[in-house]
Design a protein around this ligand. Structure first.
Ligand code: ZN
Length: 245
């Protein structure tokens, strides 16, 4: 039997403490329903938040994390650079990273993408229709051709990200915008997935399809035992090189 996947669900955890509307939807924090769902899938789950020492992401915690999920919004700037450095190193070594919704503006996502990661947005509770455009991708497992989020914050293109290695989902919004809402990347040995849905004033992280995608993406981003890579000088060659003449 394979070892269970070890997930750390990270949440900024500020809106819930100051905004009663958010607290009513996520009384134990946005991280709570995500962590509970992943745990119910047999994963070993811990949570971590911004105001814990080292944001709950000590070297030891990250060492024991196969996949880190990230939700942040109002306090991206408060995430300490040394913790961002540490997460980046772990991703390059193979840790998976799932970046949710407003996490597009997190230091770690911008660091790993190398672009502004800016986008257009509108809070208007519009319907979002998410289309699966890579039906064979593991992150789309168990979904229909499309699913709807009844009320969502609108995001619009252009989304200033590098072209994804694989684009799994595209969103349409009632107001006319479209958005690349499920984007896969590789950085070093690590896999990264950006997933758009989720807003602090809407109960989106209770929706079955959204939780299914998060589960699928954690499984996809789990590190595999790949070859040990040696960089640098390749002398001598693996075979004798014969030269003519
Ligand atoms: Zn939002």
């Amino acid at each position: 039997m394979q070892n269970p996947i070890r997930v750390t669900v990270w949440n900024e955890y500020r809106h819930e403490l100051v905004n009663p509307k958010v607290a009513a939807i996520y009384p134990a924090g946005i991280h709570a329903p995500i962590a509970a769902h992943l745990q119910a899938q047999g994963m070993v789950v811990r949570t971590a938040t911004l105001d814990e020492p080292e944001h709950g992401l000590s070297a030891e915690v990250l060492e024991q994390t196969d996949v880190l999920t990230w939700w942040g919004h109002r306090a991206h700037k408060e995430v300490r650079d040394e913790v961002v450095d540490r997460i980046q190193q772990r991703v390059l070594q193979g840790m998976g990273l799932i970046v949710l919704h407003s996490g597009h503006f997190s230091k770690i996502f911008k660091r790993l993408m190398g672009t502004s990661c800016d986008l257009k947005w509108r809070e208007n509770n519009e319907r979002e229709r998410i289309w699966v455009i890579e039906p064979g991708h593991p992150i789309a497992a168990g979904l229909n051709e499309h699913f709807e989020i009844p009320q969502a914050e609108t995001y619009g293109e252009p989304f200033d990200i590098p072209a994804p290695d694989t684009l799994v989902f595209v969103s349409w919004f009632q107001g006319g915008e479209v958005f690349r809402s499920g984007c896969c990347y590789h950085r070093g040995k690590g896999k990264i997935f950006y997933f758009r849905p989720g807003h602090e004033t809407l109960p989106i992280y209770y929706q079955a399809e959204v939780l299914q995608v998060i589960t699928n993406s954690v499984r996809w981003a789990t590190p595999v035992d790949g070859p040990k890579i040696h960089f640098g000088n390749l002398k001598p060659p693996l075979e004798q090189v014969l030269r003519e003449g």
